[in-house]
Design a protein around this ligand. Structure first.
Ligand SMILES: *Cc1c(COP(=O)(O)O)cnc(C)c1O
Length: 217
């Protein structure tokens, strides 16, 4: 099947309740563009270089989500291009994002990344530190917390992901119930090619999918 057919099939499976983020790392602008023609609205990028090349031909037709690891020397460029950051996980980056946004006179919607598998090398805030982390974000007036994102430990077995997604959903509900000022728990971004169905069962309303659309990396 073509990229276009893959996207159309996926969009009809997801329906109106679940948003598709096309995970476009290492894909060409032409491939990414096909997804937009097929009806995808949101492009997720891990790397600035890929993102810029695709942005040059797609531009404002898409909404752009940053899904890679934040690096301090790239924050300015990330903020000038992206509509949402899905991977905020440190106060250091939050402070930089807040500062740059105030320079640019804008706000940045963010999802806080959760290290739901408590993996040593993985990015994300540990589950037990999430509440205090988000409470500290409240003082950054240019950052708008809109939900959580998690990857979970990698596996090819979909069911393996379930407990990590379930933990993240519980955290999402817990933070939502705190009614913190400036925090609006609206999006729960979980699930990739191998795991998106389980993620949706566990409450995801954003899924980030690459290989199922473009073929294996
Ligand atoms: C690559 C990537 C995905 C998509 O992974 P697939 O298995 O190709 O669907 C989702 N989220 C993030 C953060 C990624 O880097």
């Amino acid at each position: 099947m073509s990229i276009e057919q893959n996207v159309k099939k996926l969009l009809s499976e997801l329906g109106p309740e679940v948003q598709l983020v096309v995970a476009a790392k290492n894909r060409t602008p032409a491939e990414v563009s096909e997804c937009i023609s097929a009806g995808a609205k949101i492009i997720g990028q891990n790397y600035l270089q890929d993102a810029r090349r695709a942005y040059q031909i797609i531009g404002e037709e898409a909404t752009w989500h940053f899904i890679g690891r934040l690096q301090r020397n790239k924050i300015t460029r990330i903020i000038s291009m992206f509509d949402m950051i899905e991977t905020l996980d440190s106060l250091e980056m939050a402070s930089l994002v807040n500062h740059e946004c105030s320079e640019m006179g804008r706000k940045m919607p963010v999802l806080v990344e959760v290290n739901s598998g408590r993996e040593a090398q993985k990015s994300g805030v540990l589950p037990e530190e999430l509440e205090s982390f988000i409470k500290r974000l409240v003082s950054y007036d240019r950052i708008k917390v809109m939900g959580l994102m998690t990857m979970g430990p990698l596996s090819i077995e979909p069911e393996y992901y379930r407990p990590y997604f379930s933990i993240t959903r519980k955290l999402f509900e817990h933070i939502d119930a705190l009614n913190l000022p400036g925090v609006q728990m609206k999006y729960l971004s979980m699930g990739m090619t191998d795991s998106y169905r389980v993620a949706i069962e566990e409450g995801a309303n954003i899924v980030r999918i690459g290989s199922k659309i473009f073929g294996p990396r």
